[in-house]
Design a binder for this molecule. Structure first.
Ligand code: FEO
Length: 189
């Protein structure tokens, strides 16, 4: 969602809530026993809850099914998901470019740190699919760098696009690639 779209969506929500408030006041002119204003009050109370729930679906929550069974690696994955959520927060609330750049840099740095830690563990345990796994990490570093560079110059690409891209990649990688090494590394690193 671009800043302009975000602004329009907040304006529409505010106008809707204000309109409801006016209708409630007018509704009470029909009498306190009339059901209309009371129904509108319920609608008024429910709209922000629904809005918050829609926003919440864009965030990613850690699930036990993501665990690779190694505490340090799970910690890294949780940290990365947390940074991705910070990007989503930036996408939905007014956040200055400096903060977004800071989170992006932290994400890139921590991803590199995590990959290198994971690769050392795989090597020390002589994990047979090490080369294939490392190749995926190397490709990811290049792709993320490219994606973020494009975001910085292409104003139609939003920070939310970056967050969704990273979230999808990370969750798929954990579930589809990382968890394969669990039997080889668990209890040995
Ligand atoms: Fe947890 Fe292979 O990255």
């Amino acid at each position: 969602m671009t800043t302009v779209t975000k602004g329009i969506s907040m304006l529409v929500l505010s106008v809707l809530l204000l309109g409801l408030l006016v209708m409630i006041v007018l509704g009470f002119m029909l009498g306190f026993t009339h059901p209309l204003p009371w129904i509108l009050i319920i609608v008024l109370a429910v709209i922000p809850v629904i809005h918050d729930k829609i926003v919440a679906t864009r965030f990613v929550e850690w699930q036990e099914s993501y665990s690779v069974g190694i505490e340090t690696i799970d910690h890294d994955h949780k940290k990365l998901l947390g940074l991705i959520n910070q990007l989503q927060t930036a996408a939905h609330y007014k956040t200055d470019d400096e903060m977004i750049e800071d989170v992006l840099n932290q994400l890139v740095d921590y991803t590199k740190y995590h990959f290198s830690r994971e690769e050392e563990m795989m090597l020390s345990c002589e994990y047979p699919d090490y080369a294939e796994h490392k190749q995926k990490h190397d490709e990811m570093i290049v792709q993320v760098g490219k994606y973020i560079d494009e975001y910085r110059v292409d104003k139609t690409r939003t920070i939310e696009d970056v967050a969704i891209y990273l979230k999808t990649w990370l969750v798929n990688h954990i579930n589809g690639t990382d968890q394969k090494y669990t039997p080889y590394l668990q209890g040995k690193v």
